[in-house]
Design a protein around this ligand. Sequence first.
Ligand code: IPM
Ligand code: MN
Length: 348
Amino acid sequence: MKTYRLALIPGDGIGSEVTDAAMMVTEAAASRFGFALATESFPWSCEYYLQTGVMMPEDGIETLRDFDAIFLGAVGWPATVPDSVSLHGLLLPIRKAFNQYANIRPHRLLKSVEGPLKADSFDILCIRENTEGEYSGAGGRVHRGNDNEVAVETAVFTRAGVERILRYGFEQAKARRKHLTSVTKSNAQKYSMVFWDEVTNELAAEYPDVTVSHMHIDAMAAKMVMAPHDLDVVVASNLFGDILTDLGAAIQGGLGFAASANINPDRSAPSMFEPVHGSAPDIASKNIANPIAAIWSGAQMLEHLGETEAAAAVLVAIEAVTAQGIGIRPGLNTTDQITAAVLAAMEA
Ligand code: IPM
Ligand code: MN
């Protein structure tokens, strides 16, 4: 039987609750579709940091490299470990080390979920650059602690980096409704964003069947609220994509529905799957986190592993559950109830 090696990093807060849910559903998909998962769980988290002084061991990246995929719950517990430590010690280095340059975030309203908008249906695939741009980590602080202290953080856009994310977007658009929206702020930022627009136009010539819209990030924020149904594939830089995908999560009914895949498209290293939401300390250990975002991220993982039918079955099950009115609003059902409903739908 085909067996996939999965590394699980449940992480902090609701991370472990939603990881358990996603793994139960993924296991159910595996037994139904005739493949197996060999999972190994790693305790890397803020708790681990408090015990060891590091978010993951020095050879953590090398340990993960052998796996077929990584599933991550959530990282961060700002009450005890600053986010600047926890995220730069675990999540962000994994994305960069494994060249997971395409962060894929679907924003779609599931059946019966009442989003905050009047729009009845939309299906947006947000593709966020995940390794450079505003998250490059190029910068520094000068005159620390003095009145004349200076902090500089430079957004770095490489031709290779911009071209590969846009190409990924064009390929997705070609396979979907053939429309790509490229998001920049090239009316105000003179170099990186103008460069991004130029690369978009160069690639557009190779994809004559895909129509391209250039949008500025501010207008795009408004459009996602006013006319999300007009959007198909959206490509944005790291920070712009980060912001837009929380907005995408909001319009799809909340962060509890927003899935995400950090993909290394050339498969030279494992990809990582994680819900968009964080560790949510306010609701941790209460069995009320919505596991759908994590379960959906699990489906993205199955898709990436080539288990297309299993992935589709998980999505059908999720939607069957929301169609019954289960999990459609915060506080309506427990994490366990929603997970059990998805498992039951998988069997039906
Ligand atoms: C996300 C998160 C992370 C990001 C944080 C936790 C560093 O907000 O995955 O969207 O900004 O990428
Ligand atoms: Mn975010």
